[in-house]
Write a protein that binds this ligand. Structure first.
Ligand code: BGC
Length: 498
């Protein structure tokens, strides 16, 4: 007991050789959302149709509850309520995304929708008036439908369409935005949207289209980064990054095969996109694996598009900081008897060769989407630091899923939050990882893609039955508010020899 009291008092000292429970004084705190998931107003005020409007309307059976984002949390009309929630939370940053088709209804600059532009100017201004720095994702999966009709992310022409759109965003909002993020989680869009088909646009060609999408998204990111650097950096002095994501994988056993499978799990999500940006070119392990399999499958070229040396240079180094999303951890082992299928099945899953499982002891979120494995975030952050040259990292998403009927007393979300923040602190102070902020997913309940409204990530409950979309903070909102206010995590003893 006496020992605990001593530890507790030492932990209140910001830097102590024994323990550490406070974040750096300039740490950024906030929450994240994205346009399609919260805005609604899908066909009003001049907005054009995007792939999620089209996908949810055409294939409601692909969404768990058959719903869509037509109204969502109605943040198009209620954005000032969201700003108020952020202010009361004590947030100093808020991550939002711009809806491409709200700004450019047909996807091109031939037609700029002033009402859409005004909406974002009003939102960004309201945030800044409340001392909340916006973190703006230029694209979070809601591609304008006309651009999808010309092939979307499978057509290399998209790279310039995106760059022109990003250029316009920099010029319209550059004076209001310090932190830009070009794209959200390319692996999720390229795999779920073009590989598995559970997300818009619903394609199921993971052995080819997933990689073509990765190729075009990386080029789009790089060009937009360079556009900002060349034209706007001097004027606005903002920073441009990209949001990457991965699950963390632990080897199922100590065997070398399982260790390789665990490393593959991370490489095929984080390496695929991070290596070209932080180091240059695709990871060699991925080039080799897809190249060899493509040859064995009788193809005369690799299914992985090859970058030219100019493209490698164009992409390399295009970051001022890294946006990073982490949710959960799995165990990894290779797929059983893969040699029986790998010559005939051309798929991302077979290429990657990871069979994942969970530990029954891990607390599972009611939705089954997230398991609470807080040490995973520390391992993941260390992987990034080691493999990508210790970049500055902003945690742009991390959060817990619950069911609609869950109570406002969301203790599991609070436990998840505290555990992940404690492990983030360990990564910062013990391991020397360069994390400068944390944004929780999500500020409010919202449209969870193919999960519809059956999966709730919000710190704040939204009543989707009520036309007012009434917002009620959950207990986790108040717990997070306390953490932000104190800038510290209680019951988190960060010992140097941990
Ligand atoms: C996405 C969010 C999503 C969240 C929870 C991330 O993959 O960026 O849009 O709602 O995870 O599934």
């Amino acid at each position: 007991m006496i020992k605990l009291v001593i530890l507790l008092s030492l932990c209140s000292i910001e830097v102590s050789s024994i323990c550490q429970s406070c974040f750096p004084t300039d740490f950024l705190w906030g929450a994240s959302t994205s346009s399609y998931q919260i805005e609604g107003a899908w066909n009003t005020s001049g907005k054009g149709e995007n792939i999620w409007d089209w996908f949810t309307h055409s294939f409601p059976e692909k969404i768990k509850d058959g719903s869509n984002g037509d109204v969502a949390a109605d943040s198009y009309n209620k954005y000032l309520d969201d700003v108020e929630l952020l202010k009361n939370l004590g947030a100093n940053v808020y991550r939002l995304s711009l809806s491409w088709s709200r700004i450019l209804p047909n996807g091109t600059v031939n037609n700029i929708n002033q009402e859409g532009v005004d909406y974002y100017i009003n939102l960004l201004t309201a945030l800044r008036e409340n001392n909340i720095e916006p973190v703006v994702t230029i694209y979070h999966w809601d591609l304008p439908l006309p651009l999808h009709e010309m092939g979307g992310w499978t057509n290399p022409l998209i790279v310039d369409f995106y760059n022109v759109y990003a250029d316009l965003c920099f010029s319209l909002f550059g004076d209001l935005v310090k932190y830009w993020l070009t794209l959200n989680e390319s692996i999720s869009q390229c795999y779920f949207g073009y590989g598995e088909g559970t997300h818009a646009p619903g394609y199921q060609e993971s052995g080819t289209l997933t990689y073509i999408c990765a190729y075009t998204q990386l080029l789009a990111h790089a060009k937009a980064y360079r556009t900002y650097n060349d034209t706007y950096k001097q004027m606005y002095n903002g920073e441009v990054g990209v949001v990457l994501v991965s699950l963390w994988y632990e080897p199922l056993t100590d065997s070398d095969e399982d260790k390789t499978a665990a490393e593959n799990g991370v490489q095929w999500a984080l390496g695929l996109f991070g290596h070209p940006i932080f180091i240059g070119n695709w990871p060699q392990v991925i080039i080799d694996r897809i190249g060899n399999l493509s040859a064995l499958q009788g193809l005369n070229a690799s299914r992985l598009p090859e970058f030219t040396s100019e493209e490698i240079e164009l992409i390399k180094g295009t970051y001022d900081y890294m946006g990073f999303n982490y949710y959960t951890t799995f165990y990894a082992t290779p797929i059983n008897n893969i040699e029986n299928i790998e010559l005939v099945v051309q798929s991302y899953g077979v290429d990657r060769n990871v069979n994942s499982s969970v530990d029954p002891a891990w607390t599972s979120s009611a939705s089954g989407l997230v398991y609470d494995v807080p040490t995973g975030i520390r391992s993941m952050l260390n992987w990034v630091a080691k493999n990508f040259g210790n970049p500055r990292i902003l945690i742009t998403e991390n959060g817990w899923a619950s069911l609609p009927e869950s109570s406002l007393n969301d203790t599991e979300r609070i436990t998840y939050l505290q555990g992940h923040l404690c492990n983030t602190l360990k990564a910062i102070y013990i391991d020397g990882v360069n994390v400068f902020g944390y944004l929780n997913w999500s500020l409010i309940d919202n449209f969870e893609w193919d999960g519809g409204y059956d999966v709730r990530f919000g710190l704040v409950e939204v009543d989707f039955e009520n036309s007012n979309r009434t917002r009620t903070p959950k207990q986790s909102y108040y717990a997070f508010q306390e953490i932000i206010k104190s800038n510290c995590i209680s019951h988190c003893f960060v010992k140097r020899d941990d």
